[in-house]
Design a binder for this molecule. Structure first.
Ligand SMILES: NC(=O)c1ccc[n+]([C@@H]2O[C@H](COP(=O)([O-])OP(=O)(O)OC[C@H]3O[C@@H](n4cnc5c(N)ncnc54)[C@H](O)[C@@H]3O)[C@@H](O)[C@H]2O)c1
Length: 281
């Protein structure tokens, strides 16, 4: 290939997920948008979905993708099966198939001890973080099974899916359950060349954890705690010298699992946690 023909194909002509179609839930910010950018940089076409309230942020994703990338930005709420079904249908109509699913949408609510959790809180966390992942699978799996090139599904768990999450029973229950779903679904998709794995990040620098409420829970002694106020405590939880990781660290792990480099990895649980689970394991 000459330099000119390489240029004609764009910078990702030989990308690690070249021409694969990636369907991502909760893609407007945080880890979801970082994954969309990273996969697009490596040649994927992106179907980015999120709730209606995040429409503007979802559209802004366009400006972060490489110029040559194709993006389909769609509203889909993981508590609403019909919206996910419609998004999958639109994705297949646009691109002809789906190769990668990143079931990333999730929430983290203040919970407290078991006896203090309100039933609404419990139901909301389970509805989005667990049932929402199943709804995503329910919408996408028929298309994945039709995909003769095989497929890769990555479920967004957490270190809270490996060990305890003090004060977060519903979150821990949902994130632990995703390991069960991944290994079960690895059976279901295996005969169709599909792989299903989980990722388990420690605290990531996104709105999910670096928000005033979470910081206040971590530092109740301070009036208005800032991220800098939790650095020392959060570093102590890890073997490597960092209080949290970046969305890009998770996106790179998702990229690997999505790519053919991981072609024989299925039913695996990839921990991205600077050593926190082995430190407290
Ligand atoms: N940030 C962390 O420290 C961390 C650590 C481990 C695991 N995770 C997991 O990673 C995933 C992404 O988290 P993040 O840190 O990027 O959080 P985030 O809050 O930045 O992004 C979550 C996204 O999910 C979307 N979402 C929420 N409810 C939805 C619904 N009903 N339907 C569709 N989309 C919905 C939000 O709009 C948002 O875009 C979550 O599943 C989270 O549990 C995050």
């Amino acid at each position: 290939m000459t330099a000119n023909s390489a240029a004609a194909h764009g910078p990702s002509a030989g990308g690690r997920v070249q021409d694969k179609v990636a369907f991502i839930t909760g893609a407007s910010g945080g880890i979801g948008s970082a994954t969309a950018v990273r996969l697009a940089e490596e040649g994927a076409h992106i179907v980015a979905t999120d709730i209606a309230a995040r429409r503007e942020a979802l559209e802004a994703l366009r400006g972060r993708l490489p110029e040559h990338a194709r993006l389909l930005a769609l509203e889909a709420d993981v508590t609403d099966q019909a919206s996910l079904d419609a998004a999958v249908e639109a994705a297949v109509a646009e691109f002809g198939r789906i190769d990668i699913v990143h079931a990333n949408a999730g929430i983290l609510l203040p919970e407290g001890n078991a006896e203090d959790i309100g039933e609404q809180t419990w139901d909301r966390v389970i509805d989005i973080d667990l049932t929402g992942v199943w709804r995503t699978a329910k919408a996408a799996f028929p298309a994945l099974k039709r995909n003769e090139r095989g497929s890769s599904v990555i479920l967004a768990s957490s270190t809270a899916g490996i060990r305890a999450a003090a004060g977060g029973s519903a979150y821990a229950a949902a994130k632990h359950a995703l390991r069960g779903l991944a290994s079960t679904w690895a059976h279901e998709l295996g005969p169709y060349g599909g792989r299903v794995n989980t990722v388990h990040p420690t605290a990531v620098a996104t709105d999910l954890v670096l928000n005033p409420e979470s910081l206040k829970r971590a530092r109740p002694d301070l009036e208005d705690p800032q991220p800098a106020d939790v650095v020392e405590a959060w570093k102590r939880g890890k073997l490597l010298d960092t209080p949290w990781i970046e969305p890009l660290d998770v996106a790179n792990a998702v990229l690997f699992l999505a790519s053919d480099e991981a072609r024989f990895i299925t039913g695996a649980n990839l921990v991205i946690d600077a050593g926190s689970t082995v430190k407290w394991g």
